[in-house]
Write a protein that binds this ligand. Structure first.
Ligand code: IPE
Ligand code: IPE
Ligand code: MG
Length: 249
């Protein structure tokens, strides 16, 4: 039985989030520039999208550039932005064929003009697609997102449009950039790092975490299937006891 066949198709996570990490180390191992690693990472994105589509995953969120990543050397930041533009433009025909719908979370307004324009264009041209929702976290950080949501809520309260009593978890979720998406059941991070790096802090409150040593450019369909299989062995208790969970099933 191959890896894909070991997956229980009745228990596929609806939303998978991925922290794509390890491009720089992968490039260094080949004696290459970090940007070489980033460009090879694009194929891993394609493979992840393919695998998610095959399994029937509905939402895939990919951390492509964090607010903190602006602190990298200028040549790397510029190269990443160029790669992003090239990739978005180049992939649109295939994404249309696959009926993938693109979304952006993060401060898209803070991106360079061409990158911002191509992101908005990709969101617009794919908006009627009915397949996988591919959510790109670009210039994203969870603390930025939560701060923005708190500010919005505070403004509505100040204007008298919102009673502080009405502030609850649903309202906070509804003011995040992920308002239209369910929380991810599974979060994958590559390259052996075991941290969130300011990604989806609110939304991952009850996600299952899967960490792999595989560096992002080496990630592929098979690796995604392995993560889903691992997820299917987890017992999601949400604060209850194991017995309660088993008795419900
Ligand atoms: C992830 O790979 C890609 C981005 C953060 C844009 P890294 O560039 O962080 O690779 P490492 O962690 O240095 O190996
Ligand atoms: C997280 O990776 C950001 C993205 C994958 C886009 P980093 O490589 O930037 O994270 P840290 O700095 O090691 O925590
Ligand atoms: Mg890294």
């Amino acid at each position: 039985m191959n890896t894909e066949q070991q997956i229980d198709l009745t228990r596929i996570p609806e939303h998978i989030a991925v922290i794509m990490d390890g491009n720089g180390r992968w490039a260094k191992k080949q004696g290459q520039d970090r940007l070489f690693g980033h460009s090879f990472g694009v194929d891993a994105v394609r493979q992840t999208v393919n695998a998610c589509q095959k399994l029937g995953v509905r939402y895939l969120t990919m951390y492509a550039f964090s607010t903190e990543n602006w602190g990298r050397p200028k040549a790397e930041v510029d190269g990443l932005m160029e790669l992003m533009v090239r990739t978005i433009v180049g992939e649109i025909p295939d994404l249309m064929k696959r009926k993938v719908r693109i979304h952006g979370i993060g401060d898209l307004e803070g991106l360079p003009e061409d990158c911002k324009a191509e992101m908005y264009n990709a969101i617009e041209v794919t908006k009627n697609n009915t397949g996988l929702h591919l959510i790109l976290a670009l210039n994203y950080s969870a603390k930025w997102e939560i701060t923005k949501a708190v500010k919005k809520i505070a403004e509505k309260t100040k204007a008298g449009d919102l009673d502080p009593i009405a502030v609850n978890e649903e309202l906070i979720s509804a003011n995040l950039s992920t308002a239209a998406f369910p929380d991810p059941e599974l979060l994958i991070r590559t390259s052996g790092e075991m941290r969130l790096s300011n990604f989806l802090l609110w939304q991952c409150a009850y996600s299952e975490f899967y960490f792999t040593e595989v560096l992002w450019p080496d990630f592929n369909e098979e690796e995604l299937y392995k993560a889903v299989i691992d997820f299917q062995f987890r017992e999601r208790r949400f604060g209850k006891t194991s017995e309660q969970i088993i008795n419900v099933e």
